[in-house]
Design a protein around this ligand. Sequence first.
Ligand code: BGC
Length: 668
Amino acid sequence: MKYDLKQFTLEEKLRLLTGKDSWRLYDANGKLPEVFLADGPHGVRKVVDGQTLVATAMPNISALTNSWDPSLAYLDGETIGDECIARDVDVLLALGVNIKRTPLCGRNFEYSSEDPFLAGAMAKAYIEGVQSKGVGTSLKHFALNNREYERLAQSSEVDDRTFHEIYLPAFETVLEAKPWTVMCSYNPVNGIWASENEKLLKGVLRDELGYNGLIVSDWNAVHHSGKAAKATLDLRMPSTWDDTAVNELKEGLNEGWLTEEEIDERVCKVLELVEKKVNADKTKKSVKTKEENHAAAVKIAQDSIVLLKNEDDILPLKGGRIAIGGQFAAKPPFGGGGSALVNSDYAPRNLAEELSERLGDGATVEFIRDYSDTVHQARIRHTSSLLSAAYEADTVVLCVGSNAQMDGEDFDRTTIRLSPVHEDIILNTAKYNKNVVVVIYGGGAVDMRAWIGQVKAVVFAGFLGEGGQEAVADVLSGKVNPSGKLSETFPLCLEDTPTGADTGNGFVERYAEGVLVGYRWYDTKGKDVLFPFGHGLSYADFEYSDLAIEKKSETDYEVSFTVKNVSAVDGKEISQVYVRDVMATVERPEKELKGFAKTTLKAGESKRVCIALNARSFAFWSPALEKWYVESGAFEIYVGASSRDIRLCGKIEIDLPKKDQYCKAFKA
Ligand code: BGC
């Protein structure tokens, strides 16, 4: 290492374990260069003197994950990395990989999925993209910060198997990309604050998962610097602005439960981070203009849009008279609220202008200004102009959903229905027009039962960043064939979800549903859903055939199949591979995602898709053995267009040596 511990006094070493201010590391009396941290994850949010610098607002991670395309996650990371370099940001405080356990979680827009395999694959590519630019990242929030309600106080109480199978794997996958830092969460985990939970930080993150970088606290998540250092947390952020942190470390030293060697280990992690900044090869910055970064935002948004329903093939729009209304038709929300909100100065045109440009002479597109307001929940106002336009029009497009005031940090949603104002607008418009297309913005699942039967098409945009308006117009007009699929289940209603309306009691929340999170819950319990995990329509049709499962070893297989575009338009298809453990000695979900691929197919084209499965595809975490364990027996392999649209099915039989098997309940 370039820096030597001997260069620093004990006082300086203790001060190095806390930030200098809100965003910078302590410079040890000028001995170290400045290291600047900034949020993440949907664009860089650098705050200087209370002002947030302008940056490109990229699609939110929840939307990006609907693309199921790691190469787009990489592009997203690269684009943001470039903007970090331009703003002298050394570490981007991104990305969160907490699992979407309940659709109520206010920060779901910042998270990828209810499925750890998908979340891990997308987040890893994003982190690689940012770090390819010589900018560090912060993998967060470790761990079990799955709702915002009482996030500073409520303990997440989870059993070991659930933790390993659902909440840890995405972190584990992303660690392969070597994020410069990992950020601990606010909440206690099994009764102890994450920031001072030695079992969590040292036992799991460092010893079990092998992480050897810097652990930073979430902002103000440390309650005692000495205890945090003991748990191997390296950097408390932000500054305590006084001697509190240093005194707490001295308390540990004086009382003998914290040693100077332990302090030195933590200081080394800080110095290694400084060194990474110094050595970073920033020459990889692409000289991109603001317009080029905006184009990247549009490109990612195009592939992230999910066509949920398309009755009578009403989309793409065919022309004629089209009325455009709804609160977000003029300007869609770019993202959810809180530390992830990017200060973009991009001013989108209204959707009618975008559409009329794309549809040309065959269409008359009329923009109806709308005064409905999702936040104040006022009943419907000033919509007579929309209703009369709807009566005259051939088709109506309504842009509804939530914005940063409804999906945000530090609070949860209380319902997954649209606001009553937006539901009323849809229902009233549908009384005057049979061809209603609904475009939904927001951070996650929506209960649509009140109105879905009255509309022809539903497009889930999510939060698409500043390029959303163009991307939505591209999809509605058919310039782009939609290719996104849901990375979370849309249940029929909140009551059907594993946690329902429960929030925990403010002190503790038990993860009683265990491993049955998301589709694992609905499938295992046999519950109907509105739109299943992995669902998304296209203007093209795809056929699946010729499943082959090639055995490479007892636990390694190559699954291959043919996907054919049987339509007259080019498109992309996301194929999903699920594994079912037919009989097991622990309760296993009905099936689990273990592979996926997004394939571009021209009209009439077919391609062979190959997906590898390995021991982890079949294993469960055994708390008794404290390791991943594959039990011999039959496993079914499903290839699906969604979790509930299984097109091909095969079977394998795993037969492992007796010495590796501990319990066989089902073979004589
Ligand atoms: C959030 C983090 C964020 C940090 C700094 C916290 O409130 O939980 O995700 O990086 O603030 O803004």
